[in-house]
Design a protein around this ligand. Structure first.
Ligand SMILES: Nc1ncnc2c1ncn2[C@@H]1O[C@H](COP(=O)(O)OP(=O)(O)O)[C@@H](O)[C@H]1O
Ligand SMILES: [Mg+2]
Length: 423
């Protein structure tokens, strides 16, 4: 559009000029002038490759040459403009942020692909109001505010629906000699940032809560002892045991937190070396055996000695396995069956811990690897865990280049599978 105006004017001028001269000059040059007029109108019609005949050195030839020079220059400028425009397009379409340009009434002049994607805009976007194409009232409101305001405007736009997106919008009106000629807006999807922020806040709240519970108990019992509780040796002994249990819980929690922080930040030392799974499994089983015996579980080990060795950190892998066995023991009612087994699987070895315990409801299974997540919080808190075991197990497994999966049916049992690359 911008280019057509000047071209038309220039072309029109040339036509008028050529015709005028043609009229004045006698028949001889008239034919050449006619040809020149045709060339000029061709040019105006968009056929920018045509040129007038410029032979000879009379006035007509001079005119033809300047006409051609003008044509050359215009063509050059056209190419330049076209190139700039395509560069702008490339930049806009390559952006992660949505970008929109509107006219002073708020109609969209230009929008990039990211904008259409973020707002799920109906095509065509250009020429319509934001509300007509995207059905997000907050977007319409933001653009109207930007058109009215002297200062840039920022908004946070929540998009409902399944994906629960939060979009940060920065908008500004465009002024030309004091008059608003449009607005430009940039949209940034901050949903992931928001989610991380929420996770962090929840984590801090959880940690504080988990630390406070045993601390409050310790303080309470200690105060009772101080205020005369010591006089009855039997009660005193019981209170000291309770204090010790809570202190132990506090220690476990802090140790788990430090462990988790270290693996998450990649600070934990992970020494990968070929490891015989049978050894690791036997050791972990020995650790879990007393607790399993306490609940009269049958604990079996099916890890062949001739399995390929895996590439892992022996101690860390033991830690993962002990965590899984600890859970299996805890979340299986008395007299259950727990089995540790391992099988090779296309360049990897899969280690399984299977129980026939309470199982995990489908609605919780996606979250059990999250820090502090427990199924039915009160149910599993009684078991005395920190809710960090699986988060640690997952991070450790991943740090060793492995994966961890869970499969469960409420009421019939749970299987955790750790897959590690063969050494
Ligand atoms: N074998 C299992 N059977 C049933 N539920 C399990 C099992 N393993 C883990 N869970 C569920 O996953 C949650 C998280 O486990 P974990 O991170 O080890 O925490 P914790 O053992 O401290 O409760 C548990 O609280 C429990 O609800
Ligand atoms: Mg656990």
């Amino acid at each position: 559009e911008e280019i057509r105006g000047p071209i038309l004017v220039a072309a029109l001028l040339s036509v008028v000029l050529a015709a005028g001269i043609g009229w004045v000059v006698a028949r001889g040059p008239a034919r050449r002038l006619e040809a020149m007029a045709r060339a000029a109108s061709d040019f105006a019609g968009g056929r920018t490759a045509v040129r007038a005949e410029a032979g000879g050195d009379d006035e007509v030839a001079v005119l033809a040459r300047s006409l051609n020079r003008m044509a050359d220059e215009l063509q050059e400028r056209l190419v330049l403009l076209e190139r700039e425009r395509s560069q702008l397009r490339t930049v806009l379409e390559g952006m992660v942020e949505g970008v929109v340009l509107t006219d002073p009434t708020g109609r969209i002049l230009l929008a990039n692909d990211a904008f259409r994607r973020i707002f799920n805009a109906q095509l065509p976007v250009e020429g319509r109001r934001p509300l007509e194409t995207a059905r997000v009232p907050a977007l319409q409101e933001a653009i109207e505010s930007a058109l009215e305001a002297d200062e840039p405007v920022t908004r946070e736009i929540a998009l409902g629906g399944a994906q629960d997106k939060v979009i940060q919008a920065s908008l500004a009106s465009i002024r030309e000699s004091g008059e608003t000629v449009g607005a430009v807006a940039v949209f940034h999807d901050v949903s992931e940032l928001k989610r991380l922020e929420r996770v962090r806040r929840e984590f801090v709240a959880n940690v504080s809560h988990e630390l406070r519970t045993p601390l409050t108990a310790i303080k309470g019992y200690a105060e009772t002892l101080r205020d005369g509780g010591l006089r009855d040796p039997e009660t005193a002994a019981e209170f000291v045991r309770v204090i010790h249990r809570h202190a132990e819980r506090l220690r476990a929690l802090i140790e788990d937190l430090l462990d988790l922080a270290a693996v998450e930040q990649g600070e934990a030392r992970i020494d990968l070396a070929p490891v015989a799974l049978r050894d690791v499994a036997t050791q972990a089983e020995a650790v879990a055996r007393p607790a399993a015996a306490g609940k009269r579980h049958t604990l079996t080990l099916d890890v062949p000695g001739d399995l390929p060795r895996v590439l892992a950190d022996r101690d860390r892998l033991g830690q993962v396995l002990i965590n899984l066995l600890d859970n299996a023991v805890k979340f299986t009612p008395e007299g259950g069956r727990i089995e540790v087994s391992a099988r090779p699987s296309s360049g990897r070895v899969v280690l399984s811990v299977k129980d026939n315990g309470v199982g995990i409801p489908p609605e919780d299974i996606g979250r059990i690897f999250e820090r502090f997540y427990r199924v039915g919080r009160s149910r599993d808190r009684r078991e005395g865990g920190t809710g960090l075991g699986l988060a640690i197990a997952k991070h450790l497994t991943q740090a060793m280049g492995g994966t961890i999966e869970v499969e469960s049916r409420p009421g019939s049992g749970t299987t955790f599978r750790v897959s590690l690359p063969a050494a």
